[in-house]
Design a protein around this ligand. Structure first.
Ligand SMILES: [Zn+2]
Length: 110
């Protein structure tokens, strides 16, 4: 068992939940923008399109983060957590505490 396994598990689950609710609430506000589009002028429509593009990019990044968190939770369950996926060395605890979803040691991250 990985030291601090429970703490990491909690931390990962909490991050995952927070991300999931962010994704859900972003979705409902994106829908609201779409509904207004018939009522607004050209400039505000351009703003809305820009905002939508940013929202899509944000969502893309959030989903990537979510996948990293899910993968980290899987590694905790399988016992691979804390080991670099490239060289199989232990990842320093400090690095894991900073980003529990990281998959490589500092050397391999470069
Ligand atoms: Zn490594």
């Amino acid at each position: 068992m990985f030291p601090d396994e429970k703490a990491f598990f909690k931390q990962l689950e909490a991050k995952k939940l927070a991300l999931e609710s962010l994704i859900v609430s972003a979705k409902s506000s994106a829908n609201a923008v779409e509904l207004d589009q018939t009522k607004i002028g050209r400039l505000s429509r351009m703003n809305a399109i820009q905002r939508q593009a940013m929202a899509i990019e944000t969502e893309r990044r959030r989903k990537l983060d979510l996948r990293r968190l899910e993968a980290a939770i899987e590694r905790l369950k399988s016992g691979d957590f804390g080991y670099c996926i490239a060289c199989d060395e232990k990842i320093p605890l400090k690095r894991l505490k900073f980003d529990p979803a990281c998959t490589t040691c500092i050397k391999c991250a470069k």
